[in-house]
Design a protein around this ligand. Structure first.
Ligand code: AMP
Ligand code: MN
Ligand code: MN
Ligand code: MN
Length: 283
């Protein structure tokens, strides 16, 4: 079994890169790809663990795009961690995130919930601050009882305190990832199911924009979702990947390699992904 989607405290997870590698080993995974949001910051420490574990440690990241009016996540799997152009592009994304964070603090103050960037930083072990850290700061200051309530009332996607970032187009994300030697993959497409969203058409559109794979196995999918997306990938000729989206204590009950219990990502998906990396099309 493998896991090609997980986070450390370099973005919005809680594990160190070292503890994640050891967890992959004790979960008896054969490969583990670290995919922190907008950063390869945890990668050097993660790869340094390779001499101590048998599980193959792989490099990735997760980027946010705007697609059909929604926030679509794209995984950049097997990117080259030494690619200076890609690193500069990630730096630009982190700058946009900081802008967004500043605007979100102003909005929250207008809503009667004044917190400071220091409050948010106090809940993060990384300079990359995400809404997970905002939620903890809002709870610590007593503006919500618990962090999940912050997402329900204040900073969830449809809430008054949320400010979107300037997001990439899928075309741009796919090109950046390909130019860094990686494979661009649509993350957890099942999160968009419902509300009249038609994946048959949307995925074909994303494929035309350069997306080469989709996450057919996911820590929080129902069996029916996995079946639908694996079949959709086969129809379109896209590669299938899979992962738990493990975030440590920030997503309680979600286990590395196992998801909510039923996840099993087959080893041969990685062989197929590596073939795609070598021979896949660059649109
Ligand atoms: P950001 O990248 O700063 O916009 O924060 C996005 C992160 O917040 C996601 O990766 C999730 O970990 C978390 N998140 C977003 N919406 C929710 C929600 N409704 N409940 C809990 N966590 C959420
Ligand atoms: Mn996350
Ligand atoms: Mn995601
Ligand atoms: Mn993720």
């Amino acid at each position: 079994m493998i896991d090609l989607h997980c986070h450390t405290l370099h973005s919005d997870g809680t594990d160190t890169p070292e503890s994640l590698a050891l967890l992959g080993e004790s979960a008896r995974l054969s490969a583990l790809c670290l995919t922190d949001h907008d950063t390869l910051g945890g990668i050097p420490r993660f790869l340094a663990m390779q001499s101590q574990v048998k599980v193959r440690l792989l490099v990735g990241t997760e980027l946010s795009c705007r697609f059909l009016g929604q926030s679509l996540h794209v995984l950049g799997l097997l990117v080259d961690p030494g690619d200076a152009v890609f690193e500069a592009r990630l730096e630009e994304l982190r700058g946009r995130r900081e802008d967004r964070n500043r605007r979100m603090l102003l909005r929250l103050a207008e809503l009667g919930c004044p917190i400071t960037i220091e409050d948010v930083q106090a809940h993060a072990d990384t300079p990359l601050l995400s809404r997970v850290h905002f939620a903890k700061a809002l709870a610590a200051r007593g503006f919500v009882r618990r962090a999940p309530e912050a997402f329900e009332r204040l900073i969830g996607d449809d809430c008054p305190g949320f400010v979107p970032r300037e997001e990439l187009s899928p075309t741009e994300a796919a090109r950046w990832i390909r130019e860094a030697g990686g494979v661009p993959v649509v993350a957890h497409p099942g999160r968009f199911i419902g509300g009249g969203f038609r994946w048959d058409d949307a995925m074909a559109d994303l494929q035309r924009q350069g997306l080469e794979g989709l996450e057919g196995f996911y820590g929080e999918y129902r069996a029916s979702e996995q079946k639908y997306f694996v079949a959709l990938a086969a129809r379109l000729g896209m590669v299938v990947t899979g992962g738990s989206d493990y975030h440590g204590a920030n997503k309680p009950g979600l286990r590395l390699g196992r998801g909510r219990g039923g996840l099993q990502v087959p080893d041969d998906l990685l062989d197929r992904l590596e073939t795609q990396q070598k021979f896949g099309s660059y649109h």
